[in-house]
Design a binder for this molecule. Structure first.
Ligand SMILES: [Zn+2]
Length: 110
């Protein structure tokens, strides 16, 4: 799960840069922007389609993957229970916020 979430974090960062750069250079996209799109497409190819659908659904209105800090989801700012966090760290349940459904980058320490 960590590998998938880390990939989504990287994807999201590149997508945001790409979106902002596209607005800046809309008439004449530089080569860097084309390369960025290639990298984005490669990252997306490595994500299972059901996970990508969840991610994209949240990306339409904001972030698709967020960090967990001190037991709080940075997407909805609600607490994730210690029980759920423990199960996520043990990879028993997916790293998805039970409240908002965004992918959650879970910290490794309790
Ligand atoms: Zn949440």
């Amino acid at each position: 799960m960590r590998e998938l979430v880390n990939r989504l974090i990287e994807l999201q960062e590149l997508e945001i840069v790409h979106q902002e750069s596209t607005i800046l250079h809309k008439d004449n996209p530089p080569d860097e922007l084309v390369q960025l799109k290639v990298r984005i497409d490669a990252l997306r190819e490595g994500v299972p389609s059901n996970s990508l659908a969840r991610y994209d659904g949240h990306r339409r209105t904001g972030l698709g993957v967020v960090r967990e800090v001190g037991g709080v989801c940075r997407g909805c700012y609600l607490n994730v229970t210690m029980g759920d966090l423990g199960r996520m760290r043990r990879e028993e349940i997916p790293w998805i916020c039970p409240n908002c459904g965004r992918f959650l980058q879970v910290t490794s320490d309790a």
